[in-house]
Write a protein that binds this ligand. Structure first.
Ligand SMILES: *Cc1c(COP(=O)(O)O)cnc(C)c1O
Length: 401
């Protein structure tokens, strides 16, 4: 945990290699949302500006532009990809629109062709939210390389973990000096924060396995709300206020953790890919729909989405039974309990998203899930899950454009 490592760029180097970019294009922050905020700030986004984004996301995404005084406009999703519907771009666009956020939900690559064409026509910069995606490609191009920049999350449950953390990849060269200046102005984690993160990383590794993950994450959320653990979100943020010390760099312990994970990244991704394909093959056999990937994309799934008619019941039963089933997203601006009106979301704005929030559960693909464990999850789903009745789910018939 030596502070000398703070100037060490070896984590940035590893990421740069994976994306085939220069190390100067990679910046490490305390969280994904902070990386996003830094990019928006470098782009000069501020009061009066509007940012377009998916209305099926984590509330920390709209909070970043809001902290700069900008307004978020939410686009509904396509029900079979969980990514934003490009046909809604025109109706949400105005002369105040300054950026378009593309989130590759669950690791499923957005259909980029209509997005790129629209953005080019309107001259709107694209930012990719890569918090769910690492290694997925669209027409053989890596997600994260399509826009002016992309941000990644190093949270526990994201593609690869730095404890907590965020990475910014800047593709647009003209933004680099501004991002560099913002990075330099960002506060450094204190030694106490470093220590706390280190303890959390170690206890996470010791405590968490597929059977305990639900209970441990619940305890962790309670501890962080009480201010004992370094939580992923503060109470202030949940109500739309920018917390003190928000613009913060990644701690060296997080970089070390990230580097350790990156050593085996290709095996990690191969495992996720294999499990994604396994679920896709098995789900229809037990009466559930697998999602419909586009032929142009190769997806490395972070969490495999499945629609059920009894989401709440099966999620809580899974928690009690030590079966890892996730609930992303519970409301259009996840998590449940926040006041979405503070973030400009009104009920009814995104009907497909609201429907997905009621129906979609997700299955894990991480390293601790063996094929045997996946079978146990599938058996649980078969026993207790109720498939959505055909016709009400759209998974089978993608809408024509
Ligand atoms: C987790 C998540 C974020 C935020 O990442 P943090 O590192 O927690 O700031 C942003 N977008 C999506 C889609 C996420 O799932």
């Amino acid at each position: 945990m030596s502070t000398g490592r703070l100037c060490d760029k070896s984590m940035e180097n590893k990421i740069a290699l994976l994306f085939n970019v220069n190390v100067e294009q990679i910046f490490c922050f305390s969280k994904g949302r902070v990386a996003f905020y830094a990019l928006l700030k470098a782009m000069g986004i501020g009061p009066g500006d509007e940012v377009l984004m998916s209305g099926y996301t984590c509330v920390m995404v709209p909070s970043a532009p809001m902290f700069l005084g900008a307004t978020c406009r939410y686009l509904d999703i396509e029900p079979h990809t969980y990514n934003l519907n490009p046909r809604l771009l025109d109706s949400h666009y105005s002369n105040k629109t300054k950026a378009l956020i593309i989130q590759h939900t669950y690791g499923i690559a957005q259909d980029m062709a209509p997005i790129l064409q629209w953005a080019k026509e309107k001259n709107i910069p694209i930012i990719e939210d890569c918090c769910h995606v690492f290694g997925s490609t669209y027409k053989n191009q890596l997600c994260g390389t399509f826009g002016v920049g992309a941000f990644f999350s190093g949270q526990w449950n994201k593609p690869f973990s730095t404890g907590l953390g965020g990475i910014l990849l800047v593709n647009e060269a003209s933004l680099l000096p501004k991002v560099q200046a913002i990075y330099e102005s960002a506060v450094l984690p204190t030694l106490v924060e470093e220590l706390r993160l280190k303890i959390q990383i170690l206890s996470y590794k010791g405590l968490v396995n597929p059977k305990t993950v639900g209970a441990v994450m619940m305890a962790y959320r309670i501890l962080s709300r009480l201010g004992i653990a370094a939580g992923s979100s503060s109470n202030e943020e949940f109500s739309g206020a920018m917390p003190k010390g928000y613009l913060k760099r990644m701690a060296s312990v997080q970089k070390q953790e990230g580097e350790r994970t990156l050593v085996s990244i290709s095996a990690l991704l191969a495992h996720r890919k294999q499990l994604g394909e396994y679920y896709a093959e098995k789900l229809p056999k037990i009466g559930f729909m697998s999602h419909m990937p586009m032929s142009e994309s190769e997806n490395i799934i972070l969490r495999y989405p499945v629609r059920v008619a009894n989401k709440e019941a099966i999620v809580s039963k899974a928690l009690r039974n030590g079966v890892e089933i996730g609930s992303w997203f519970e409301i259009p601006l996840h998590p449940k309990g926040i006041d979405m009106a503070c973030f400009g979301y009104q009920p009814g704005m995104c009907p497909e998203s609201e429907k997905a929030c009621c129906e979609v559960i997700n299955l894990p693909t991480h390293q601790k899930i063996s094929l045997k464990e996946a079978d146990r999850i599938l058996a649980f789903l078969q026993k207790y899950g109720k498939a959505v009745s055909p016709g009400t789910s759209i998974g089978s018939v993608p809408e024509e454009s």
